[in-house]
Design a protein around this ligand. Structure first.
Ligand code: PHE
Length: 348
């Protein structure tokens, strides 16, 4: 074992005497001594040739040599560590930091959140449904059978049927009323839900129309729910959203899933009712469709229409946003132009 002990002693001398003049030297040191093919490893390998009765003593010597080499390496490294020396002397912690650019919420998200929070105050809870929907939930359950003329009101994106023609007809939902169906399927009255979501219609894209947009749907079913409740709920919403001065009016309308049905207009916020392009010089803008849930829709889900009544409404988030922020081109919402989007920074 003599020669091994001599070898270790020589190594130690060499290590002790080693001086590094830069990080590169430290790395060379590491490779030479501590690397996977380094000398520490290789001398450790000599253990197998050591007679059994000397293994313990020799093992300790080797281990001590390894620790010695590692300690030297740590010391060399700390001399050339890039941050260690620079720290306190060169950093001025009192300087302001570099500003980090933070994004802002999309205006539609802001308005949707605000709409939802207003209805939450009235006890509505959020419900969601799929954007890819079947014919039944989007149309059939909503009292629009296949040959119903009202289906023409909505230009639908249908999804190609499989070769064998089996299974339901799939489509991109044309309104969030499909979520009414999804909710009634699983819940019994009292039901009070608000359903925000994206909807799709096959329209040519222009300043006034888009192939997708967003709606917020409301559904309230319980005993003794009346049209007066519908009006009061929507009136509360409008006042919270647009302020106390805004006026509302209801106009009779038609939706297959509500009877009676009404559309609601509010006094034009852009011109204050005097007449402008937005209100087409009428002083009023339509903001939503609504009505008392059609008894047939309730019956489709086994809800007793003699005992329960309900109201529903649906409105476009883009329209509400347009009125709130005077955005007059629908395309701006999906172009992701930062100059447009960043105007909404700071609006909570
Ligand atoms: N689903 C209708 C639409 O998209 C809006 C609506 C919802 C009308 C609920 C009445 C009741 O135009």
């Amino acid at each position: 074992m003599e020669h091994l002990l001599n070898q270790i002693a020589a190594y130690k001398q060499e290590i002790e005497a080693f001086v590094a003049s830069g990080a590169e030297d430290v790395e060379q040191f590491r490779i030479k001594w501590l690397g996977t093919k380094g000398l520490v490893k290789s001398i450790m390998g000599e253990m197998k040739n050591v007679p059994n009765d000397q293994k313990k003593t020799f093992g300790q010597i080797l281990n001590e040599f390894k620790l010695f080499t590692e300690a030297k390496f740590d010391q060399l490294q700390s001399n050339f560590a890039p941050v260690a020396n620079a720290s306190a002397a060169t950093y001025d912690f009192s300087l302001p930091g570099d500003p980090v650019a933070v994004g802002s919420r999309h205006p539609l998200t802001l308005v949707k959140n605000e709409m939802v929070s207003i209805f939450k105050r009235l006890g509505f809870v959020v419900a969601e449904g799929p954007e890819i929907e079947d014919d039944w939930h989007n149309f059939g359950a909503m009292n629009l059978p296949e040959d119903h003329p009202a289906r023409d009101m909505q230009d639908t994106f249908y999804i190609k049927k499989p070769e064998d023609g089996n299974g339901p007809t799939w489509l991109l939902r044309t309104h969030t009323s499909s979520v009414q169906a999804r909710v009634m399927e699983h819940q019994k009255p009292p039901i009070r839900v608000i359903c925000p979501g994206r909807v799709y219609r096959n329209e040519t894209i222009s300043a006034r129309a888009h192939c997708f947009f967003h709606q917020v749907e409301g559904l309230y079913i319980d005993e003794n729910v009346s049209f007066a409740d519908l009006k009061q709920t929507l009136y509360f919403f409008v006042q919270e959203m647009f302020g106390k001065e805004v006026k509302v009016r209801f106009r009779p309308s038609y939706f297959p899933f509500t009877e009676p049905s009404a559309e609601m207009d509010i006094s034009c916020l852009i011109c204050g009712g005097k007449g402008c392009n937005i209100c087409k010089h009428t002083g009023w803008v339509e903001i939503l469709g609504s009505g008392m849930v059609h008894p047939k829709v309730l019956e489709n889900f086994g809800i007793d229409s003699n005992k329960y009544t309900g109201f529903a409404f649906g409105m476009g988030v883009e329209r509400i946003t347009q009125l709130k922020y005077q955005v007059n081109d629908l395309r701006l919402y999906s172009q992701n132009d930062v100059r447009f989007l960043k105007q909404f920074t700071g609006v909570v």
